[in-house]
Design a protein around this ligand. Structure first.
Ligand code: NAP
Length: 248
């Protein structure tokens, strides 16, 4: 069953990892997909081609989500290209891990800008379009680290916890206009990036998870399908953990 037939969706950071998984699953559910990337032009154009073969509209945009003006210009362009925006998924994110003692001011600021300020930029930019439509679903990619904290990730944890507070506030501000805003908190999701890690270490992480495996981009994408679709029309202001029971 196609749950997103005809919906127009914009995903930040769709060129690889979780964002790519979301783009693929959404296209299979009949959504038209606009997605962004920061620098991976080759993979982004390849994905645009792959998605377009599924009889939906797909388009890749190079845009820095951390830049306020670029986010505004992006939304203007996507609104022109797709007519409306039903769903915004703020997925773009980076890590610059270090102990507090060693973390530089630059690495703290960069992670906050790309992970948290981007969510403000994109949500503010899309707000007018969704207010006019009197409907919309905004999904923000937090992390179990934002819920629980993690040694060596003060910058990342602060950005991901900030996303949860931001999302709950947007849900309260825009609920009366039928605009919903929720966060997803993924646990350990296995992507190409984690494939490069030491197998014994990764197996140790898997063993510590109640469901005994790492998650896949599809696991996160399926949670996004729920929050983007009309199955969740009475769900807003929530944080959905997709972590195999890690935080239970
Ligand atoms: P990833 O594989 O590193 O992919 C990151 C994506 O974000 C890429 O498409 C990248 O584009 C894009 N991006 C980076 N900086 C950007 C910017 N300034 N503007 C626009 N796009 C930008 O990451 P991932 O593992 O899929 O993670 C996706 C999201 O889930 C992140 O927010 C992450 O914090 C969160 N998360 C991940 C995990 C996990 O285990 N993987 C767990 C919890 C939460 P380029 O390809 O052009 O660089």
């Amino acid at each position: 069953m196609k749950l997103l037939e005809g919906k127009n969706v914009i995903i930040t950071g769709g060129s690889r990892g979780i964002g790519k998984g979301i783009a693929e699953v959404f296209a299979k559910h009949g959504a038209n997909v606009a997605f962004t990337y920061a620098s991976s032009e080759g993979p982004a154009l390849e994905l645009e081609k792959e998605l377009s073969s599924l009889e939906i509209k797909a388009k890749a945009y190079k845009s820095n989500a951390a830049d306020f003006k670029e986010a505004q210009e992006l939304i203007d362009q996507v609104t022109k290209d797709f007519d409306s925006i039903d769903v915004l998924i703020n997925n773009a994110g980076i890590t610059k891990d270090n102990l507090l003692m060693r973390i530089s001011e630059e690495d703290f600021d960069k992670v906050i800008e790309v992970n948290l300020k981007s969510v403000f930029n994109m949500t503010k930019a899309v707000q007018r379009t969704m207010l006019k439509q009197r409907s919309g679903s905004i999904i923000n990619m937090s992390s179990v680290v934002g819920v629980k904290g993690n040694a060596g990730q003060t910058n990342y944890a602060a950005s991901k916890a900030g996303i949860i507070g931001f999302s709950k506030s947007v849900a309260l501000e825009l609920g009366s206009r039928n605009i919903r805003c929720n966060s997803i908190a993924p646990g350990f999701i296995e992507t190409e990036m984690t494939g490069a890690l030491n197998e014994a270490t990764v197996q140790g992480w898997r063993d510590a998870i109640p469901l005994k495996r790492g998650g896949t981009p599809e696991d996160v994408a399926n949670a996004c399908v729920f929050l983007a679709s009309d199955l969740s029309t009475y769900v807003t202001g929530q944080t959905l953990n997709v972590d195999g029971g890690m935080l239970t």
